[in-house]
Design a binder for this molecule. Structure first.
Ligand code: PMT
Length: 222
């Protein structure tokens, strides 16, 4: 019998790598599988939360979890911002592209003997925007995928994006992080940090949700 300590919460959780169109058949993408976000969604559901999973990954999820399929960073942004007013917390485990093609081709690009150059522009920062727009009391948590100086870079993102916590994970190791069934990292808050030892993504999701619950208790007291 799982503890239903998240009853009353409505969590918005994002998962998977966004796909940015080059033309109707090709895209720029990344290796995110969606497993981390899905583990969070399933664990939160068991703990009594209402869950909306906004994902690019078509993997199956439990009945009872609302799933919104999106493709690009822009679609993910719209899906997140539309639902933010009704949510009590947002957790962004998705690997959102930082750049997209400025002018995706309307027709399939034909090959030629020449080099092909794609012009890229920045995508909107969904997490930072959600943190700015959040209704008071809404918890905002992000991830940071790093290959070096994991804690320093995670702390910088915590500050710059104005979020309540960042889960910083090392994505340079083949045995954890992106695509893997395992993960490890450190959860960073303004005033403390919690080490997340190497474990399955299911176990890591439970640890992260313990901290979401703790943040909620603290917030309710203040
Ligand atoms: O999907 P899996 O295979 O299970 O892998 C999980 C994971 C490694 C992808 C996950 O644990 C993880 O680290 N997700 C965040 C990946 C990422 O985009 O990190 P970032 O450091 O580039 O971005 C920081 C935060 O800002 C993230 O919460 C991201 O969702 C968010 N962001 C980033 C760019 C952007 N344009 N908008 C955003 O909201």
């Amino acid at each position: 019998n799982p503890i239903r300590d998240l009853a009353g919460e409505h969590l918005l959780i994002t998962a998977g790598g966004t796909r940015e169109a080059i033309d109707p058949v090709r895209f720029l993408g990344n290796r995110s599988s969606g497993k981390m976000g899905i583990a969070l969604a399933e664990a939160a559901l068991k703990r009594g939360a209402k869950v909306t999973l906004i994902t690019t990954a078509s993997r199956a999820v439990s009945l009872g979890c609302e799933r919104v399929l999106v493709e690009s960073a822009e679609e993910m942004r719209t899906a997140v911002l539309d639902r933010l007013p009704g949510a009590t917390a947002l957790i962004m485990a998705a690997a959102v592209a930082d750049y997209r093609v400025t002018n995706p081709a309307a027709q399939k690009i034909k090959k030629s003997g020449e080099k092909l150059t794609l012009e890229l522009e920045r995508t909107p920062d969904i997490l930072a925007e959600a943190a700015r727009l959040r209704p008071s009391g809404t918890l905002i948590l992000g991830f940071a995928a790093e290959t070096e100086r994991v804690v320093e870079e995670g702390r910088r993102k915590l500050r710059e994006k104005g979020v309540d916590a960042i889960v910083a994970n090392d994505v340079s190791r083949p045995d954890t992080g992106i695509g893997s069934d395992h993960n490890a990292g450190v959860m960073l808050f303004a005033d403390r940090e919690v080490r997340l030892e190497l474990s399955s993504k299911w176990t890591m999701a439970e640890r992260i949700l313990d901290e979401v619950h703790r943040l909620r208790v603290l917030r309710d007291r203040s």
